[in-house]
Design a binder for this molecule. Structure first.
Ligand code: PMP
Length: 416
């Protein structure tokens, strides 16, 4: 015990009841449970309308499509599907992923891809390759909560770049780069979800995509384009992926989690040659090979099912839910402002300045509605009067009831 006591205290790395307190690596200081995670336990009670988590509505996927694919995999190549596979991912699936990405204007070769355990793991691997403690990650503000957790876990210095209704603001990006460079710090990459962002639902315009790419190119900054929602559009196709115009300076992340199902845990990274070689080695070091079984099942599904039709079905489901949420916000909370997403899962709401979404949450849960407070999506404590509402999982009726309950809570808060 004496030896452990001499180890410097690392904030957030344990407590006095933990006998290994003081032994954890410094990087664990960034591993605080996210606000979303703490919420899941409460929000999963059936009487709570959860507008908190971004769970895809997998029930819209006919079960037979998947069970049929599993049976055919087992009948025709069971031994291979149950075996270890390649650290880069299954070649046939990588071919099919090229077809998926072509829908967003991306052209690439089958060797340019690495299959990962969800795009979450790709985020972790890319961060592991690039970030030394103190390196700067530029991240649009607000940013996907679990990307922030990954960056923190590698002790990145996260600097947010402001967004408006057209996405990341190029001028803010320029200013931020100038300031950080003047302070002598190294910027390793820009993290962005340019299409139907999590948490705002906002899409970066085509003109700004080009401008952001140009700014990053001229400053030697890699772009990490995370695109889980691009194919879930409600009003016609969004602008093509940033990777469709720039190959050398972009690492693109994709996933089957939203267009098929997250339980498979299959995503991918598309990266320039040198980065991709390192990604494969890092993938092998972490998991040997991504799950052979789920890759085979997805590959079989893509071969045999009308997967584009299934994505269209998902679009219809989510469009209806988005409409229900926007209508309910208009009816119950007309004086607030919120984003109008043209795809994806989320609406971002701005509360009156004096309302703190995080401290309001226990009252909301008492009223049987849950959401994610805005501060979860910033590394610097911003977003106090913001909240994220997810419309992907509850039915339209529940969404309406959830917003009604939320309006009671917010209106009660105004009177305090
Ligand atoms: N990026 C973003 C922006 C997300 O919203 C999510 C899932 N919520 C992920 C990455 C991770 O997805 P997965 O690991 O399931 O592919």
């Amino acid at each position: 015990m004496g030896q452990r006591m001499t180890t410097a205290h690392i904030p957030g790395s344990g407590n006095n009841l933990d006998q290994w307190y003081g032994h954890y690596a410094a990087r664990t200081a960034g591993l605080a449970a996210s606000e979303v995670r703490a919420l899941f336990a409460v929000a999963s009670r059936p009487e709570v309308v959860s507008l908190a988590g971004g769970m895809p509505f997998v029930s819209a996927l006919p079960k037979e499509l998947i069970s049929g694919a599993i049976e055919r995999v087992m009948a025709t190549r069971g031994a291979v599907a149950l075996q270890y596979g390649s650290g880069q991912g299954m070649p046939a699936l990588r071919e099919q992923i090229l077809e998926v990405m072509a829908l967003e204007g991306i052209r690439a070769g089958v060797d340019d891809l690495v299959v990962t355990t969800g795009s979450q793991h790709a985020l972790e691997l890319v961060t592991k390759l690039f970030i030394n403690p103190g390196d700067v990650v530029l991240a649009e503000g607000p940013s996907y909560v679990t990307a922030i957790t990954v960056f923190k876990s590698f002790q990145a210095d996260i600097k947010h770049v402001a967004m408006d209704e057209f996405g990341l603001i190029p001028e803010a990006l320029r200013e931020s780069i100038t300031q950080i460079k003047a302070a002598g710090k190294t910027i390793k990459f820009l993290y962005t979800v340019p299409t139907f962002s999590n948490p705002t639902g906002i899409t970066l315009t085509w003109e700004r995509r080009l401008e952001v790419l140009e700014i990053c190119r001229s400053n030697g900054i890699l772009v990490l384009e995370d695109n889980p929602y691009g194919l879930l559009y409600f009003e016609g196709q969004p602008p093509h992926a940033m990777r469709s115009v720039e190959e050398d300076g972009v690492v693109y992340l994709g996933t089957f989690s939203k267009t098929l199902a997250p339980g498979f845990r299959v995503g991918w990274a598309l990266a320039p040659h040198a980065i991709r070689e390192k990604l494969i080695l890092a993938n092998e070091a972490a998991v040997l090979s991504p799950s052979s079984f789920t890759q085979h099942v997805i590959s079989e599904y893509l071969d045999s099912a009308d997967w584009k039709g299934q994505i269209e079905t998902f679009r219809g489901v989510y469009r209806e839910r988005r409409d229900a949420m926007l209508a309910a916000l208009g009816d119950y909370l007309p004086d607030l402002s919120w984003t109008t997403p043209a795809g994806g899962f989320y609406v971002w709401v701005t509360l009156p300045d004096n309302i703190d979404a995080k401290s309001m949450l226990p009252r909301a849960v008492k009223e049987l509605v849950a959401y994610t407070p805005g501060t979860a999506f910033y590394a610097d404590g911003s977003g106090r009067n913001k909240l994220r509402l997810a419309f992907c999982y509850p039915t339209p009726d529940f969404i309406r009831e959830g917003i009604r309950r939320l309006s009671t809570v917010i209106n009660g808060e105004r009177e305090l």
